[in-house]
Design a protein around this ligand. Sequence first.
Ligand SMILES: O=c1ccn([C@@H]2O[C@@H]3COP(=O)(O)O[C@H]3[C@H]2O)c(=O)[nH]1
Ligand SMILES: [Zn+2]
Ligand SMILES: [Zn+2]
Length: 249
Amino acid sequence: MSLQIQMLGTGSAFAKTLYNTSALVRSTNGNVLIDCGYSTPKSLHEINIQPDQIDGIIISHIHADHVGGLEEMAFRLLYEFNHKKTKLFLTQSIAAILWENTLKGGMYNPSDGFTRIEDYFEIVLIDEHIPTEILPGFTVEMITTMHIPHKPNYSLFINDRTFYSADTQFNAELLMQEVVNKRNCHTILHDCQLSGYGAIHATLEQLLTLPHDIQERIYLMHYGDNMMNYIGKTGSMRFIQQHEVLTLS
Ligand SMILES: O=c1ccn([C@@H]2O[C@@H]3COP(=O)(O)O[C@H]3[C@H]2O)c(=O)[nH]1
Ligand SMILES: [Zn+2]
Ligand SMILES: [Zn+2]
């Protein structure tokens, strides 16, 4: 079975010409989103995918550029698609905060009986660090990574051979030991802050310190509007672009 990942956006949180970094995993067994930022529903619309064609959504962390499109997805599934509930794949740590800290403000509607996240989505809890089948032929392992101290945050292994960083600080040991030496991932999608001090994201400068054979596996995502100024300056790493498709297996 062929598994494809299509980028719905590749921009940083504050990019104005790029959509939020999120991805659509496509297979004959279904379509699953990795993150759903505030511009993700528009990107799906541009490739003619309707909300009811999304079988599930995996959430890496609760910044708005990764979850800000969930309210639209939920409301459209409710009001335009006959209350179809899509699956929301969450770790316990994300489930504990996503409704109370993010979604409840816009979606709490007691007079119509919508008071819990389960009233909108089918919640599927997944364990950290345990490979979990999301769809037949599509397995995800969510590993804890450091983004904002003291806030839950995850990167993903897809079928053990693709690493999707979502948002994370640079971690050379993880990339060299776990991602490449141990699992021999052929594809690495990594966030990349092009300029400025990289307190919470991997910077281009940091990623350029990786050995050439690791850089060759890396596609850069979550970059700023000034990406064009960096073409040819990313070592052996490539920028992935919106709606580009990679075949993973
Ligand atoms: O401690 C913090 C918290 C946030 N921020 C900024 O807000 C953005 C939120 O989304 P993001 O995680 O894609 O990127 C973040 C940064 O651009 C930051 O620089 N330092
Ligand atoms: Zn982000
Ligand atoms: Zn973030």
